[in-house]
Design a binder for this molecule. Structure first.
Ligand SMILES: [Ca+2]
Ligand SMILES: [Ca+2]
Length: 110
């Protein structure tokens, strides 16, 4: 089984992305949901099915990726603003970040 690309996922967290939201909102594929589901379990250190910003940051540090979870990325991920991420928020949020990140890379390449 192919492992989720941790480096890519963490890199996404560190991007602010462009200010303009994508329309229409990007959709998670079955493959996205599978990979991000595995990633979610790995980040969720206390196994309570909720991710905190601290858990995300600890995870990034453990993998020595030298990035932090930017507030803007966190706001995109935590759609209901309750301070934690459930699995649905995490999957949808990461797909949104990826779409923004991809758009930003394309813009830079021009
Ligand atoms: Ca947790
Ligand atoms: Ca939330």
């Amino acid at each position: 089984m192919k492992r989720p690309s941790i480096a890519l996922c963490i890199a996404l967290l560190a991007t602010g992305g462009p200010a303009v939201a994508q329309t229409p909102a990007p959709k998670a594929t079955a493959e996205d949901a599978r990979q991000l589901g595995a990633f979610f379990k790995e980040i969720d250190a206390d196994r309570n099915r909720r991710l905190t910003k601290v858990e995300m940051s600890v995870f990034a540090q453990r993998h020595k990726l030298g990035v932090f979870v930017r507030n803007r990325s966190w706001r995109i991920l935590d759609a209901d603003g309750n301070g934690t991420l459930d699995l649905d928020e995490f999957v949808e949020g990461m797909v949104k970040l990826r779409a923004e990140w991809t758009a930003e890379q394309k813009a830079k390449a021009k």
